[in-house]
Design a protein around this ligand. Structure first.
Ligand code: ATP
Ligand code: MG
Ligand code: FE
Length: 343
């Protein structure tokens, strides 16, 4: 099917067009520049930016794909989770298009979109597979029985998301928002220079929280370490601190993801979400999955962060699986659980 996908859950206005799992267009307008001076996304600013960017981004996508809206088989849109005001702009736009063009609407899950996007790069997923979802607002281990119909959460973070930890540590280090890509580039030092805590990986914690994560401890440890240095009037070795922090986060993410594959006898691992673009995480996962004969699927970095193509391809998978169109009455759900793939 030829599917349009609209994404507006956070600070990226994304419009994607796919045919089956062939990518035809993926246009993204980001308001990240407008949030930099606040050190994080300001919901009202994001909503207004979506409102301004939606139509021009849609026009660019149609031109890039050489597709007329009348040719579409359906319109997919992020129904949640995300910022309420931001979601509403995308959902209202999608409803308006569906009504005006008389096309079916598919309100889909943003997180499932992060998981589905690899279809565009590497074709049908091995199913079942384990998915490590690592983004700015979420960090979880999922078992994907059927991309379009059945996803189960094995565990998730009990405090900060991995991307959130990157963003907060960047702030402590005086680096700009968003911190993930900046720390990725700054982490040129010795990853063993400082040993930061690896949450929920030892003893009782590991037993009770085998598939859960905790990143608030490492974030606080970095902040304390930096404060102590500064109080003593010493330099903060940025490259070493960034590398050591990154190692602590990526070590835990990759170890638990591989453990989930082994524990559930699932020999395929998929990663998705903004932090899945991280170079150290990808390198560690390549080594550790290879050691256990696990197939690793990594979407290209540009598809890991928020975009419309991930929503379009999830919509396409839903349509192909016979999913029923959503009612035009659906509302955005800012805390939509990952198990609810289609609203
Ligand atoms: P969610 O998907 O949970 O609703 P979100 O959509 O805001 O949250 P994404 O766009 O998927 O999140 O990812 C953004 C996050 O990814 C930010 O926290 C950012 O710092 C992080 N990130 C992006 N690139 C990298 C990288 N190379 N290394 C580490 N983190 C990264
Ligand atoms: Mg973003
Ligand atoms: Fe996201």
């Amino acid at each position: 099917p030829l599917i349009l996908g609209l994404e507006s859950s956070c600070d990226e206005t994304g419009v994607g067009i796919v045919r089956g799992h062939e990518l035809l267009a993926n246009e993204v307008a980001s308001s990240v520049e407008e949030h930099v001076r606040f050190g994080g996304v300001v919901p009202e600013v994001a909503s207004r930016a979506h409102l301004e960017a939606m139509v021009p981004t849609l026009e660019r996508a149609c031109a890039a794909a050489d597709v007329d809206l009348s040719e579409l088989d359906g319109i997919a849109v992020t129904a949640g989770p995300g910022l309420m005001g931001a979601l509403v702009v995308g959902l209202a736009s999608a409803k308006a298009l569906a009504l005006a063009l008389d096309k079916p609407l598919y309100g889909v899950n943003h997180l499932a979109g992060h998981v589905a996007v690899d279809l565009l790069d590497h074709g049908p997923l091995p199913q079942p597979c384990i998915a490590l979802l690592v983004s700015g607002g979420h960090t979880s281990l999922l078992r994907v029985e059927d991309m379009a119909r059945s996803i189960t959460e094995l565990g998730s973070t009990i405090d900060d998301a991995a991307g959130e930890a990157y963003d907060k540590v960047a702030r402590v280090l005086g680096l700009p928002y968003p911190g993930g890509p900046v720390i990725d580039r700054a982490a040129t030092g010795d990853p063993r220079a400082i040993t930061f805590p690896r949450g929920l990986t030892a003893g009782k914690d590991q037993e009770r929280h085998r598939f859960n994560f905790s990143f608030s401890g490492v974030k606080t440890a970095v902040a304390r370490w930096v404060e102590t240095r500064q109080r003593d009037g010493e330099d903060v070795p940025l490259a070493d601190v960034a590398a050591s922090f990154q190692e602590a986060v990526c070590d835990v993410l990759s170890a638990k993801a591989v453990d989930a594959c082994l524990a559930t006898d699932t020999p395929a691992l998929l990663i998705g979400g903004g932090v899945a673009a991280n170079r150290r995480l990808r390198a560690l996962l390549e080594d550790r999955t290879a050691a256990h004969g696990i197939e690793l699927r990594t979407p290209r970095p540009a598809l890991c962060t928020d975009n419309g193509a991930m929503i379009a391809v999830l919509g396409s998978a839903v349509v192909s699986a016979g999913g029923r169109p959503s009612s035009l009455d659906i509302g955005a759900d800012s805390s939509l659980p990952v198990e609810t793939i289609l609203l």
